[in-house]
Design a protein around this ligand. Structure first.
Ligand code: CTP
Length: 396
């Protein structure tokens, strides 16, 4: 997604400037060309050398620097940028951009560029809430600037409040979303389910499984980065919720069933990556079950099979978690559940599947075409699945 993209990272004079180093590093590691423009005030918090070392690129501060590799810097950077990100953005830079002031390299570059601009404010909570800052931000949004954050947390003053720089993952997620806006899934609505459902036994115990949710979250992020509107219906996981995606939290198979039924009403594709419990306790106790000196038998009943029951004019993709006869069982599930595609994985493999960062899957389609992929990061598996979903959507 970020490979070979030119990202201009504007860093302004906020205490959160040090967090921009992490953003620059992660963008660079993802293959982006990161050109950092610092305001004078920013250099009081972090030195340009830090950014230069991290990005391997010259850092721009002065408007009229003879030693620079850029011709007329603000013009060449403005033209080269696929996206401009200002993180952290102080109240000062927000005000200057709103007023069209062009008295430093960052302002000039933004003014001269046609690239999308993402602004991640970070400042004292009172400064952020001040009507003049709010007015300035509204002006920027009206002109098409995208904002991310701020979030609540501990501020430089030591107080808690709304003014902290958004998380680096959310800023990078927003960059990916902006860059992918016109990609192959633009205008499509993809519903993804993720995680292992939890079926309560009593207020503290439940029946669940080892699904981490990583595959579903990777699918949701990949679809977002390819321009889709994404609804992620998620069972409880410890994963960070992706930005730019509509999140619906559920716990049980029954809740997931209801959420899927509602979401698919306007969906182009449903991808069921969740590990849905097949059985649930017949009774959920209101009080914690007490230990006794005899064994215990739990009476279980079937949960609804969400995929089998769901109907509608959308592409249906299922996953098949198998411990034997991978392709045979997957083909059977594809037939029984009326799917367009099924993604089968061998859950006995140690290096892939449940909980792992990688997955080795075989994708089977309705025509019986079998595509066995090598061991790949889940994000790459997600893109392979979405390639096929995009192909099917194109044919409709
Ligand atoms: N699934 C579902 N509703 C259920 C169980 C599973 O929609 N109650 C979906 C899963 O999200 C997955 C597909 O069906 O996309 C296959 O799930 P899997 O657990 O592999 O198979 P099951 O149908 O549960 O069959 P079995 O456990 O016997 O292999």
């Amino acid at each position: 997604m970020l490979k070979e993209k030119t990202i201009v990272l504007g860093v302004t004079g906020s205490i959160a400037a040090y967090k921009a180093v992490d953003i620059a590093s992660r963008l660079t590691q993802s293959g982006a060309r990161v050109d950092v423009i610092m305001t004078k005030a920013a250099t009081e918090f972090v030195t340009p050398v830090t950014f230069q070392a991290i990005t391997g690129r010259p850092v721009v501060i002065e408007m009229f620097s003879l030693s620079s590799e850029f011709s007329i810097e603000h013009i060449s950077l403005a033209e080269a940028a696929d996206v401009i990100v200002i993180a952290p953005a102080t109240a000062n830079i927000i005000a200057k951009l709103a007023a069209g002031i062009a008295d430093d390299m960052l302002c000039c570059t933004v003014l001269a560029s046609k690239a999308p601009v993402i602004v991640a404010p970070a400042m004292d909570a009172n400064m952020f809430e001040n009507p003049v800052t709010q007015d300035n931000l509204s002006k920027l949004k009206t002109r098409g600037f995208i904002t991310v954050g701020p979030v609540s947390g501990r501020l430089a003053s030591g107080k808690e409040g709304l003014g902290c720089l958004a998380d680096a993952t959310d800023i990078i997620g927003t960059i990916c979303q902006v860059l992918g806006e016109n990609s192959d899934l633009a205008g499509k609505h993809i519903v993804v389910t993720a995680g292992g459902t939890q079926e309560p036994i009593d207020p503290v115990r439940c029946l669940t499984n080892r699904s981490s949710g990583k595959m579903g979250y990777a699918l949701a992020e990949a679809a977002r980065d390819r321009g889709a509107k994404v609804t992620l219906i998620t069972a409880p996981t410890w994963l960070t919720k992706p930005i730019g995606v509509k999140i619906i939290d559920v716990c049980t198979a029954q809740e997931m069933h209801q959420a899927v039924e509602d979401a698919v009403l306007q969906a182009d594709a449903l991808i069921m990556a969740a590990a849905v419990a097949d059985y649930r306790p017949v009774r959920k106790l209101d009080e914690k079950m007490k230990r006794k000196d005899i064994g215990l038998t739990l009476e279980l009943e079937r949960t609804p099979d969400i995929l089998s029951g769901i109907r509608g004019d959308f592409i249906k993709v299922g996953f098949a978690a198998e411990s034997s006869n991978l392709v045979e069982n997957a083909k059977q599930k594809l037939q029984q559940k009326g799917l367009d595609l099924i993604v089968a994985n061998d859950i006995t493999a140690r290096d892939s599947g449940f909980g792992a960062d990688n997955n080795r899957v075989t994708i089977v389609d309705r025509e019986g075409k079998i595509d066995s992929l090598p061991l790949l990061p889940k994000r790459e598996v997600a893109d392979n699945v979405l390639d096929k979903v995009a192909e099917l959507l194109d044919k409709r």
